[in-house]
Write a protein that binds this ligand. Sequence first.
Ligand code: ADP
Ligand code: MG
Length: 283
Amino acid sequence: MSASGLQVSHVTKRFGADETEVIAVRDVSLKVEPGEVVLIMGPSGSGKTTLLLMLGALLKATEGTIALDGLELSALSESRLPDIRLQHFGFIFQDFNLLSALSVQDNVAFAAELTGIGHRAAREKAATLLSELGLGHRLRFSPDKLSGGEKQRVAIARALINEPSLLLADEPTANLDSKAGHETMRLLRQIAKEKGRSVVIVSHDQRIKDIADRVLWLEDGQFKGMVSMVTDPVCGMAVEAEHAVSLQHEGRTFYFCSQGCSWEFEASPEKFVSTIAAGHGAD
Ligand code: ADP
Ligand code: MG
């Protein structure tokens, strides 16, 4: 087995003890290859943020091990962690976390300076990277003057400046409109592929599913089989096959959001057959 990439083995996180104990993450295992984009989805409270914080060495696992490029995080002393985080991880948050007192360029340069490179070199490196991300014309701007999508691209530049092997993003599209969210996530994917960086995104945003190489579903702190979504041929709504109203028609199963839709279909299936043939039907 190669030592590069991220290797998570039987990780559990408990908060509190006895009757107040919460098990936020239960016995999770996961391997992410260099250049791979993994999206972890799940409802609110399912343990996504807790898992991500552990992957980024911001929170200690109660049990289990996490290794990045063969480096075992739980074995590191507290005093080494800040340097390790700076050099091996890039973090992207939903609220961007940019400093409005600094220009776009200095927000990114600042992260580089923390590793000990000089101010000028850091600013040059930041300018090059920001230009690559299409923000060359925004270097001197205050982050306050940027659109949401631009702010998130600055945050991506800041996460990338120290060439980390793992990028971690927590609900990165939560404050973006649909188009900006999708474009920003496509850019993140492109970077992962071009530079061989692993990316783990946690989100409940269904709209970004297609940018991931793999989508995992977290529920009650554990990975579950992905819920299969199908389309109601009557109203066009996406429904979970497992919990939907269904009926058989000409040897096929159709799924509906409600009894009402299934009755409408039953009354005149031919009305919906063309919609089905056009690719909106369910299997
Ligand atoms: P998500 O990001 O999927 O919404 P979280 O990881 O934030 O979920 O939370 C998972 C569970 O762990 C929740 O029940 C939450 O209340 C609990 N939890 C998270 N952080 C703490 C903490 N610091 N102390 C106690 N419980 C926590
Ligand atoms: Mg969260």
